[in-house]
Design a protein around this ligand. Structure first.
Ligand SMILES: *[C@@H]1O[C@H](CO)[C@@H](O)[C@H](O)[C@H]1NC(C)=O
Ligand SMILES: *[C@@H]1O[C@H](CO)[C@@H](O)[C@H](O)[C@H]1NC(C)=O
Ligand SMILES: *[C@@H]1O[C@H](CO)[C@@H](O)[C@H](O)[C@H]1NC(C)=O
Ligand SMILES: *[C@@H]1O[C@H](CO)[C@@H](O)[C@H](O)[C@H]1NC(C)=O
Ligand SMILES: *[C@@H]1O[C@H](CO)[C@@H](O)[C@H](O)[C@H]1NC(C)=O
Ligand SMILES: *[C@@H]1O[C@H](CO)[C@@H](O)[C@H](O)[C@H]1NC(C)=O
Ligand SMILES: [Cu+2]
Length: 625
């Protein structure tokens, strides 16, 4: 692996460089250290849990999951996939070998800005062609922003089939404002949701039994109990030493609409970063996350030498009849391997008192007893972001287009094959964002920008009837201050959609919720903007915190801002898999072609191929009249 030749992209010359292994890269980060070239090989194939590898003592390729036998499409026969742990400014090279015959792959490096490496963001038909099976695609980028990130499949529903893993980018001591607050930085709590069949079974979904896409289980670092029964060995155990302060990195890699609430018996959790953005420390008792969100917190092992339950409750739809929950164990060195107290029930977790970070329902104003993500204090803010008027403001409602309300001919008319999902109330829906359901073009927008229909807004393009579908693009000027107001126009019980922006960290200014169950009108939003403007005029926003994924409360809204200083084609989408693949996404196009690095030499292309009919006929010498 070491001392290999490799080529730096965007560089015409060949550069000799040393490639380091994952272990060499997962070093302590030091000031003034040479960055490393970190190489990973990701092999993707169909596989099963509790398979024959689990019979041998060397368990490297044994995936247990929750002990239920099922097919998955993991990376390197691991769940979660291999951990990428590097220092800021390292270069990450990942060769993705797609051996899952019949399935395409792309991987998104969630949280990495990719400024200068726009071709490696992993969004199919936006930044690259999907990786066909039996081919290898090399992701190759330098990470310039630190934090707790992760990677996951960005195509179809494959994220649920086990294609994800942690991506931790650490700062050297002088760059980490919280460096003095912890002794150890080793624990990762990686949360994923789980079903007992391949995800494809649930897209569009079943109609007669077990409707919808609700998760069956939750896994913590790929492990969990299948039922209420306690089985030793199937839970993740974290070991700490009494007195130590741990920086714990929590990653939510769910795919369904369930959210997760984490609590660690008898321990306070001090939040220090969200989605890789540092914040002033804030002690809380419970941490709620939705898919795409990450939280770094400090846990001080200051309780009796013992074992403690780490309890994760599934919220939203997972808090229905099933009350899905999962456990891991925090074990103090010298303490028992298993907690002496009984395993808490869902109701025990629910009734545990204390302050909740990122609560589901909250007004997020000064009277809030919980802590909304906009109520943490950032470490630094670009003063331009506090301008009263942004350079651009985009008001973006989202809702579901419900085919079932209309004549069935819209969905099942002859010769129309519209995308839909079957949801748990027997209706068929697609998802719209800014009044359009996103539809992929046939070639990546980044490399083939002419391939999309430029005008596709309802009422503007005559041919676009409701539901309007197209590759929706919002053009933005490089370096503009951009404000987005994203709102849940038609509230649906239990849904709190998390929106993720690629390529950026934004600042969260306001989160709010309308308490009535009425639809949110544009007039409601105008009132919200008025109050927001007043707050800006009075200088009431001091240091809005950063994030890259933010959950919009049911029937609520968020106001976020960012400086558009990263040129490229960046997806903005609901991170619930079934929502974004049915249209709840759009592309923010920043700058133009001249602002981007050249397309890497030999970069794969894809497109439709429907040649004129006479081409073939000319070749064979056949003529039509
Ligand atoms: C694998 O393990 C199971 C359960 O212990 C056992 O019944 C089976 O015989 C083993 N198979 C092989 C091939 O060793
Ligand atoms: C789990 O392990 C502990 C300690 O070894 C033991 O006391 C307990 O009975 C085990 N529980 C089960 C369900 O096997
Ligand atoms: C579960 O749902 C019930 C009923 O809506 C609610 O009262 C309770 O607070 C929810 N639990 C959690 C942990 O969100
Ligand atoms: C907070 O509570 C106080 C006292 O009840 C009330 O006067 C004030 O209007 C509340 N603030 C908001 C934003 O609702
Ligand atoms: C869709 O419309 C049907 C028929 O009006 C209704 O029963 C169902 O609740 C709606 N579903 C959603 C998700 O809005
Ligand atoms: C809310 O909006 C949905 C979708 O546009 C519509 O079907 C429904 O009738 C509206 N409800 C009310 C109360 O206006
Ligand atoms: Cu959504």
């Amino acid at each position: 692996m070491k001392h290999t030749c490799c080529m730096l992209h965007f560089n015409t010359a060949f550069n000799l460089c040393v490639v380091s292994s994952p272990e060499e890269c997962a070093r302590d980060c030091r000031d003034n250290e040479e960055p490393k070239n970190c190489y990973y090989r990701f092999h993707i194939e169909f596989y099963t849990t509790i398979g024959p590898a689990c019979n041998y003592t060397f368990l490297d390729q044994c995936i247990i999951g929750d002990g239920f036998e099922k097919t998955l499409i993991p990376i390197n026969r691991q769940l979660p996939g291999p951990l990428i742990k590097v220092c800021v400014n390292d270069r990450i090279i990942v060769d993705v070998e797609n051996a899952a015959s019949g399935n395409e792959v792309t991987l998104h490096w969630h949280g990495i800005f990719q400024n200068g490496y726009q071709y490696y963001d992993g969004v199919p038909y936006v930044t690259q062609c999907p990786i066909p099976s039996s081919t290898t695609f090399r992701y190759d980028f330098v990470v310039k922003n630190s934090g707790t990130h992760f990677y996951h499949s960005h195509i179809s529903t494959h994220m649920l089939d086990g294609q994800y893993g942690g991506l931790i980018v650490r700062d050297p001591p002088s760059k980490d404002p919280h460096y003095q607050l912890f002794d150890k930085d080793e624990i990762i709590i990686f949360l994923s949701d789980w079903m007992h069949e391949l995800s494809a079974e649930r897209f569009p979904g079943w109609y007669w039994h077990d409707l919808g896409q609700t998760a069956k289980n939750i896994l913590i670092n790929g492990l969990g109990q299948a039922t209420a029964q306690i089985t030793n060995g199937s839970l993740t155990e974290y070991t700490v030493k009494k007195g130590e302060r741990h920086r714990i990195r929590l990653i939510n890699s769910f795919t369904t609409v369930c959210l997760a609430e984490l609590r660690i018996e008898q321990h306070e959790l001090v939040v220090i970063a969200q989605d890789g953005a540092n914040v002033k420390p804030k002690p809380v008792d419970k941490i709620v996350t939705s898919t795409g969100e990450r939280v770094d917190f400090i846990l001080t092992a200051n309780q009796d030498v013992d074992s403690y339950w780490i309890q994760v409750l599934g919220l939203g739809e997972c808090n229905g009849t099933r009350r899905v929950q999962q456990f891991a164990i925090l074990q103090y060195e010298g303490g028992p391997t298993w907690p002496t107290r009984p395993q808490p029930s869902y109701a025990d977790g629910e009734s545990a008192t204390g302050v909740t970070y990122n609560p589901l329902e909250s007004t997020c104003d000064e009277n809030n007893t919980d802590v909304c993500v906009n109520q943490l204090e950032g470490i630094d803010v670009d003063p331009d972001l506090l301008n009263v008027e942004p350079d651009e403001r985009h008001i973006l409602p989202f809702w579901f287009f419900n085919y079932t309300r209309y004549d069935d001919k819209i969905l099942f008319g002859s010769d129309t094959y519209r995308t839909f999902i079957d949801v748990n109330d027997f209706s068929q829906i697609i998802s719209t964002f800014n009044e359009i359901a996103y539809e992929s073009p046939a070639s990546p927008l980044l490399t083939e920008p002419r391939s999309y229909r430029t005008v596709c807004k309802k009422n503007v393009q005559n041919s676009c009837t409701e539901p309007c579908t197209c590759a929706q693009v919002i053009n933005t000027k490089l370096n503009n201050i951009v404000e987005l107001i994203i709102y849940d126009a038609v509230r649906v019980e239990d849904l709190h959609h998390p929106f993720h922006l690629h390529g950026y960290e934004f600042k969260v200014f306001t989160i709010g919720q309308f308490l009535s169950s009425k639809n949110i009108s544009r007039a409601n939003i105008d009132e919200v903007i008025k109050q927001h403007t007043e707050r800006l005029e009075k200088g009431e926003y001091k240091n809005p915190p950063g994030k890259d994924t933010v959950k919009i409360p049911m029937g609520g809204y968020v106001i976020i801002r960012f400086k558009a200083n990263n040129p490229g084609w960046w997806l903005l989408h609901c991170h619930f898999t079934w929502h974004h693949i049915t249209g709840m996404e759009l592309v923010i196009h920043v700058g133009d072609r001249n602002d981007l690095p050249p397309v890497p030499y030999g970069f794969p292309e894809c497109s439709n191929w429907t040649p004129a009919l006479h081409t073939l006929n000319n070749f064979y010498g056949i003529r039509y009249p």
